[in-house]
Write a protein that binds this ligand. Sequence first.
Ligand SMILES: CC(=O)SCCNC(=O)CCNC(=O)[C@H](O)C(C)(C)COP(=O)(O)OP(=O)(O)OC[C@H]1O[C@@H](n2cnc3c(N)ncnc32)[C@H](O)[C@@H]1OP(=O)(O)O
Ligand SMILES: N[C@@H](CCO)C(=O)O
Length: 357
Amino acid sequence: MGGWVEGDPVGDRLFLDLPAVPLERGGELADVRAAYETWGTLAADGGNAVLVEHALTGDSHVVGPAGPGHPTAGWGERLVGPGRPLDTDRWFVVCANVLGGCQGTTGPGTLGPDGARWGSRFPEVTVGDQVRVEVALADALGIDRWACVVGGSMGGMRALEWAVALPQRVGSLFFLASGAAASGDQIGTQTTQQAAIRVDPRWRGGDYDRSDPPSDGLGVARRIAHLTYRSALEFDARFGSHVQEDGRFAVASYLDHHADKLAGRFDAGSYVVLTEAMNSWDVGRGRGGVEAALARVTARAVVAGIDSDRLYPPALQQRVAAALGVPLRLIPSPYGHDGFLVETAAVGALLGELLTG
Ligand SMILES: CC(=O)SCCNC(=O)CCNC(=O)[C@H](O)C(C)(C)COP(=O)(O)OP(=O)(O)OC[C@H]1O[C@@H](n2cnc3c(N)ncnc32)[C@H](O)[C@@H]1OP(=O)(O)O
Ligand SMILES: N[C@@H](CCO)C(=O)O
């Protein structure tokens, strides 16, 4: 599956259609479709369900090799699947494309009730709204309580929201390379990425014509983002100031590669909507603050971070770990924030502590 186009082959995706979803910021979103996938068999007592929450540009396809339409590199090949740390022969694994996304679930690139694309009309959704759709999915699947909710980065926000908003429905929590509330640094880089998209001449509030070539603005946004997803150590050691035969700095060529890859498979409108949901993320909002909110969590928890993560530094996970009364588990990695996707052996070992506990 190549670039993102309405009606891409749905492959092994399933769909839940909801007549309306109330939104935290008022009103409701009509005719919401959630794309999801499941692996394994739900036990008769429903006790083996695990929810995996994908990150910003991921999707529901968290098992299986990464590929043009399935970017979940690492997790899909080494972490989730038969006989893997998240063993789909034992666990019933569910992964849904996030509300506001572009891989099957309702978002700015999908058609609204009037038959036209939502585009810039798509409302600002919050992490709470995104979890509300997942609660409806859990109800539809007959899952009253997750044995474990797993999430890294943007996925960690939904995982934490589940554990705070519905503590009785979360048996254990794996919170990875994420934070309890958006930081100024994250908002700064994410609003800059959004600005790059908005200056693209084809951007007309998300209504740009998808028959156009992929959005350059989204490509620039991805370059900016990818600089935060890796570590300076890696860039210096791996690329340095090397200039390739084509005359490009190797590091610029690498960033061009990731820009082109994302622009070919992701929707710029979704990118804006999802980064805005992350900008507004604060688990403590309306709950008396972060620590008061985290006091509601009853799930067994593993809180982990990547030691070289400069987007979600370990101090952010330390705050959550301290509030939950668990040690911070630090994963050494040269890959920065993306270490949560790449260091699957270390991530799998920590996840295993929850799944065998
Ligand atoms: C449950 C969940 O949260 S799922 C998360 C969902 N999100 C995702 O899966 C994210 C999508 N993918 C990504 O973010 C990234 O691709 C990652 C993190 C998976 C990649 O991590 P890594 O394996 O370290 O790959 P890396 O960043 O080194 O990129 C390798 C690619 O760069 C290319 N490359 C390397 N150097 C250069 C260069 N100088 N010029 C051009 N291309 C280059 C490689 O050829 C390779 O190409 P490929 O993408 O066709 O394989
Ligand atoms: N690089 C990953 C993680 C971002 O947090 C992605 O694109 O989803």
